[in-house]
Design a protein. Structure first.
Ligand code: 5AD
Ligand code: SF4
Length: 472
């Protein structure tokens, strides 16, 4: 049993050379050990977690498992969890009741927890104390160890807990069962060293480690050969890509080289305003296949709050960058993340955030009420703001965000835009759906055969969250 340790997870060393790249290889004797068995995975959280689930699924299928939609019939149930806010936590603990019922009827079912919550010392302690029917807990640094862990459970019927608190090597050659045949996630870095005071990610995902450019470029080339149209370069703070590598090769260099592969669409998430360089802006503006869509988290518009959040920029720095992006990248769409109710956020602080929203008129935004996370500095800050006040601020903020989302969409009415058609529309089965270059969801009147192609679409109607259009 290897349980997580918060103190270990907080540590950072300067020994970059120690981060090695090793290749994942599945030992012959493990292939097919679960033939005939079924797995069910429920994924919470961000794109990184979605992509980890694609990795976990592929590993399970190498072991012989097949995926199943009905949890009640699965032999292995896995919750790949998120720790970013309390409600993500509560959802998982709420769901465990359903797994307990299944285990009572079918004790042989393997119940597992992975992902960011598995990295938290408090969570694993709670699982050990109160949820003893959980058979498997593995962390974000232990995915490549899944075959051995499953083998031990199948052979010994003994529960397995393996959570490395310290990030290890970069594992290459991992298999993925991708959700889409047209767009793919590509990890470019793991972990984060920014330590914003509210954020648990540096503890759950470890030190920043960039993948080697050769590995990233060969993955993108192979995806292109397989017919993929779009890649999204993934990392907690992609703009800091390469800072931990010995060679002088940064995000702008990577973007340029990925662009040269000729893949049709390139996106990247998430950007921290601190590391967004002029060189990056140059590359984005001159490469047609880098999409004009940037997610640029603001978090707060008050300098006092930004300072306490440890964000390393001021409102003025942020606005400068924002306007530079708008000016240099034609037709760019910019979205953001905002937290309200940070400890002792005053009405004036909040109004400054609203003012930035009025200035930036975001294409859309994810908005959250601050949620204290155990082990982070902000969780220990004094906070006298009432819950009702925070909720009311969130509502006021959302009202403005929605207003500007609709305004941004209005500008598309009557225009012809390129849409990568991904599948059947959820709203209307006679239509297909996809995203514009600027990441706007469009429901399109077009033939189903267009799924997987980039087509020209005339926008006929717009709503707050989506647009309607027809192929032209
Ligand atoms: N409470 C509320 N929101 C948070 N986020 C990160 N940590 C917290 C927290 N403790 C938000 C930030 C981040 C997004 C992914 O989640 O806005 O950009
Ligand atoms: Fe993703 Fe962060 Fe949630 Fe982990 S805690 S799943 S990195 S959003």
């Amino acid at each position: 049993m290897i349980v997580p340790n918060l103190k270990e997870a907080m540590k950072r060393s300067r020994e970059n050379a120690k981060v090695q790249t090793i290749n994942y290889i599945l030992e012959e004797n493990l292939k097919g050990i679960a033939l005939g068995k079924h797995y069910f995975i429920k994924t919470y959280g961000c794109q990184m977690n979605e992509h980890d689930s694609e990795n976990i699924k592929a590993i399970l299928e190498e072991l012989g498992f097949t995926e199943i939609d009905c949890m009640e019939e699965a032999d292995f149930i896995l919750l790949n969890t998120c720790a970013i806010r309390e409600n993500a936590h509560n959802k998982v603990f709420g769901f465990l009741g359903r797994i307990k019922n299944i285990k009572e009827k079918r004790p042989d079912v393997i119940a597992g927890i992975s992902g960011c919550m598995a990295q938290e010392e408090v969570v694993v302690n709670e699982i050990l104390e109160k949820y003893n029917y959980i058979d498997l807990v593995f962390g974000t640094h232990n995915i490549h160890r899944l075959p051995q862990l499953i083998q031990s459970i199948l052979n010994k019927r003994e529960s397995q807990i393996e959570v490395f608190s310290k990030e290890g090597d970069i594992i290459e050659n991992m298999p993925f069962k991708r959700d889409s045949k047209y767009k793919a996630w590509v990890n470019i870095m793991y972990g984060c060293d920014k330590f914003c005071t509210y954020c648990i990610v540096p503890y759950t995902r470890g030190k920043q480690r960039s993948r080697r450019k050769e590995a990233i470029l060969s993955e993108v080339k192979s995806l292109k050969e397989q017919g993929y149209k779009e890649v999204t370069l993934l990392g907690q703070n992609v703009n800091a890509y390469g800072k931990d590598l010995e060679e002088n090769y940064r995000m702008e260099d990577l973007l340029f080289d990925v662009s040269k592969t000729g893949i049709e669409r390139i996106r990247f998430v998430t950007s921290h305003p601190w590391d967004f360089t002029d060189k990056m802006i140059d590359v984005i503006s001159k490469c047609d296949n880098i999409m004009p869509y940037i997610h640029l988290p603001l978090q707060s518009g008050s300098n006092a709050i930004l300072k306490r959040m440890g964000r390393r920029y001021t409102k003025e720095d942020y606005l400068n960058l924002f306007h530079k992006l708008k000016e240099k990248i034609p037709n760019v769409a910019i979205t953001t993340d905002i937290i309200v109710g940070f400890p002792n956020e005053t009405e004036e602080d909040f109004e400054e955030t609203l003012q930035v929203v009025e200035m930036c008129k975001y294409d859309s935004a994810f908005t959250f009420i601050f949620s204290p996370r155990v082990g982070t500095p902000a969780a220990n800050m004094e906070d006298t703001i009432l819950k009702e006040v925070k909720e009311e601020r969130l509502q006021r903020l959302n009202e403005r965000i929605n207003y500007y989302s609709k305004c941004a969409n209005e500008a598309y009415k009557g225009k012809i835009v390129k849409v990568l058609i991904e599948g059947i529309s959820e709203k209307d089965e006679t239509k297909v759906m996809g995203y514009t270059e600027t990441m706007k969801l469009v429901n399109v009147k077009a033939d189903k055969e267009k799924i997987g192609s980039i087509i020209n679409v005339k926008i006929t109607d717009v709503k707050t969250w989506s647009m309607d259009g027809e192929e032209v």
